[in-house]
Ligand binder design. Sequence first.
Ligand code: IPM
Ligand code: MN
Length: 354
Amino acid sequence: MKIAVLPGDGVGTEVISQAIKVLHAVSSKYDIDFEFNEGKMGGSAIDEFGDPFPEETIKICKESDAILLGAVGGPKWDNVSPEMRPEKGLLKLRKTMGAFANLRPAVLFKELSSASNLKNKILKDGIDIMIVRELTGGAYFGKKGTLEIENGEKAYDVTEYSTFEIERIAKVAFEIAGERYSRVTLVDKSNVLQTSKLWRKTVTNISKEYKNIDLNYMYVDNAAMQLIRNPGQFDVILTENMFGDILSDEASMITGSLGMLPSASIGSGNIGIYEPVHGSAPDIAGKDRVNPIAAIMSAALMLKYNFKMSEAAKDIENAVLKVIEKGYRTLDIMEEGKSPVGTDKMGDLILTEI
Ligand code: IPM
Ligand code: MN
């Protein structure tokens, strides 16, 4: 199984090396071979090739079975032209691989409930949300521009969605809900936006093919509030690109730390992209401080969705849980009475459990 490894920038390198360590443990336990091929991505690719997603990396990705990504971006590249920003490389990667469905599970580990920013009484029923974010459309990919006008400038980012783009992601959401608690909440702003109206109409149509799934609708402003007020009400949240970007960061805070959340991006091809939801965190990069769990759990999602190795994926999840239960914590989830560990040590502890 060929895995393209794109550590990217900042803490990306550190978390990805922990994920690979864990995959080596899985490889010997289950007697399967992983071939890792590393490529440059984001700022480090700009430095070396003058392009955030260079041909060399595209080739490595296309020749792989799955892609494991760290994070991109950092202050060093903040002033490059918009077309050359590290983030642009990430968007191009997703588009090139046809990865239109971004799955972002937000699960609360019981042991970490005091790391959550919410009161315990709100968390008592547990939290197990799956955000299904559309990833290759909307404002992030629409026509953009800036023009001079009489008294300043004017800028635009066009948000467009076609029926086809909505249908295919809706199906992903309904299928996933079928394996979970059979509830989908479509989050939109259909009281204001045309695109949202089309989302509602299209998703409602598709829902007729999924009679066992309960579909409900929520405006995005209300959803932002409900996530804090009563997060236990959600199962699958289906939403467009920008709303999903925002709500998934919000959901991460409910579960304690952005350092815990993995993601899987799947779509028209067979090659999925697996990456932590957190960014490159330049402020703590290179200090052995970052939490590698989101990256390690992303590797677990890769085993599950890409390689159909559910048992091995469960193994990783259980190993993470055990290490947490034993009281080990990286700084982002540290509490009194627990044992603080660095990035590398956390990786070692998890692989020992495997
Ligand atoms: C994310 C990130 C990216 C996004 C950025 C870096 C382009 O915020 O994966 O959520 O907006 O998709
Ligand atoms: Mn984001």
